[in-house]
Design a protein around this ligand. Structure first.
Ligand code: CA2
Length: 145
């Protein structure tokens, strides 16, 4: 399927807009998905939008993306800083991978400064709030053109 992008979200992002709005903003993950769907339609892309609190589920979606998707946008949340397994899965994907963080992880605790996923990502966005997803999707449209 041409122009299919997986947008993957890691643990606790289901709480977006419901806790810590000073860090993560007021939009819910459903709002983010809706914004991504509108932009994807305008860019001629199709998206599959997923969130899980389970590491293996994110890995399974990366494996699924290998067969059907051209690009992956991922906010791995806390797995960013811990998961060699997710990095290994992303290394098996051949298309562009863009990493998104809502907050500016470099302005936060030092354990958030290192990202395993960045060793694979073709681009990283951090600190642009939920708008970062739209910026990543725009970049993905350029990369897949
Ligand atoms: O800034 C980001 O997008 C993060 O990936 C978010 C992760 C954090 O572990 C990363 O260091 C940076 C945390 C996601 C938790 O999301 C929540 C959203 C609302 C309320 C509570 C948690």
């Amino acid at each position: 399927m041409p122009g299919l992008v997986f947008i993957l979200n890691g643990p606790n992002l289901n709480l977006l807009g419901r806790r810590q709005p000073e860090i993560y903003g007021a939009e819910t993950l459903a709002d983010v998905e809706q914004g991504c769907r509108s932009l994807a339609a305008a860019e001629g892309l199709e998206i599959r939008f997923h969130q899980s609190n389970r590491e293996y589920e994110l890995i399974d979606w990366v494996h699924e993306a290998r067969d059907v998707a051209q690009g992956i946008i991922i906010n791995p949340a806390a797995f960013t800083h811990t998961s060699v397994a997710l990095l290994d899965a992303l290394h098996t994907f051949e298309g562009p991978v863009l990493e998104v963080h809502i907050s500016n992880v470099h302005k936060r605790e030092s354990f958030r400064h290192h990202s395993y996923v960045s060793l694979r990502a073709d681009g990283v966005i951090a600190g642009f709030g939920t708008e970062g997803y739209l910026l990543a999707l725009r970049r993905m449209a350029t990369l897949l053109r």
